[in-house]
Design a protein around this ligand. Structure first.
Ligand SMILES: [Zn+2]
Ligand SMILES: [Zn+2]
Length: 340
């Protein structure tokens, strides 16, 4: 189960920490000021997704490095074009003459996505003084950067006068087992349950044979059942949640279309709302969204709920106006003229 939380209050640096219930791991979207995240939270990170390398989205990398040094942990980073060099430059800014004696070998695997769907990657390992080890390029289908058994992360390119990535995390369905019904069928639990769940999560057809194996008074027993029968009788399939993180985007038809596609029917959309719409010219000039534009995009995407962030400091004391403007547009209230 995904537990998302903005790293900072809405006037602070953008960032979304997504924790997993019952799993020792978390994801981070943008890594600006991360002082609010305790080291134990940083050490849970398996992946960090960086929208673009403006300082407010990337300066926290140094702190993650500091906390992780000397430990046997690995973190995977993703970013837009030029990102592998940018991480390499950060790592090259320090002196690494004493790393041989460190107890663990912290490693960073960095990938940058191109708009054509190529993924260029390099690895940097502490024991090798973070020298770049270039890895083979890969290709990415439909923006999917990570595809694990439990979830998938997809990226879309937005224009912010520099390419900027927006991200969606789609949790795959959960599969629960009705133990009592399993017992009624005379089937004990065992490692075969894992295979059964995997088959469901992989979308295997209903006639897929599932081998239920167990030991009974020293004897090996096995029964083969069709996946469809087990689905109908002993499984409860709960659809997964979808979260979306969208920041630093100019308001344009193309950006709006891409955000709407990425965030389609998201359960929760985190979207920047940097300016009030009264300052739409400023927003346009700085390649950011207004709260009203963000609300209208969230509405068009059919998001179930929306959370604004990345408020401009110029609105200190006017937080409620930004929130109200987004909310009104999201609920489809009349807001005067169309966004310009
Ligand atoms: Zn930016
Ligand atoms: Zn920003």
């Amino acid at each position: 189960m995904l537990m998302p939380r903005l790293v900072n209050p809405a006037f602070g640096d953008p960032g979304l920490y997504v924790d997993f219930r019952n799993e020792k791991r978390a994801l981070l979207f943008d890594i600006g000021d991360i002082a609010a995240l305790a080291p134990r939270k940083l050490l849970r990170l398996s992946h960090v997704f960086v929208s673009h390398a403006h300082m407010d989205h990337f300066m926290g990398f140094d702190w993650l490095l500091r906390v992780s040094l000397g430990r046997d942990v690995a973190v995977r980073l993703f970013g837009p074009p030029g990102f592998v060099d940018q991480v390499a430059h950060k790592l090259a800014a320090y002196t690494w003459n004493l790393v041989d004696s460190y107890p663990g070998d912290f490693s960073v695997l960095v990938s940058e996505l191109s708009p054509q769907g190529r993924l260029a990657s390099a690895q940097f390992r502490c024991r090798r003084r973070f020298e770049r080890e270039t890895l083979e390029d890969a290709s990415v289908d439909d923006g999917v950067l990570v595809d694990e058994a439990g979830f998938r992360v997809r990226a879309a390119f937005l224009e912010h006068r520099t390419p900027c990535l927006a991200f969606a995390v789609e949790e795959k369905a959960h599969v629960n087992i009705w133990r009592n019904r399993l017992e009624e069928m005379g089937l004990p639990v065992g490692p075969w349950i894992r295979d059964l769940k995997d088959a469901v999560l992989e979308g295997a057809p209903d006639d897929t044979p599932i081998r239920a194996g167990w030991k009974e008074s020293g004897e090996r027993k096995e029964r083969v059942l069709a996946l469809g029968e087990l689905k109908a009788r002993v499984l409860q399939i709960v659809p997964g949640e979808k979260l979306c993180y969208v920041t630093d985007a100019a308001f344009s038809e193309q950006n709006a279309r891409r955000i709407i596609e990425l965030a389609k029917k998201a359960d929760l959309l985190f979207i920047e709302s940097v300016f009030l719409h009264e300052d739409v010219d400023q927003a346009q000039m700085k390649s950011h969204l207004t709260a009203r534009q963000a609300g209208e995009i969230a509405r068009a995407a059919g998001a179930r709920d929306v959370v604004p962030f990345h408020f401009s400091p110029r609105y200190a004391g006017r937080e409620s106006e930004l929130r109200a403007e987004l909310e009104l547009a999201f609920r489809g209230g009349s807001s005067g003229k169309a966004p310009g």
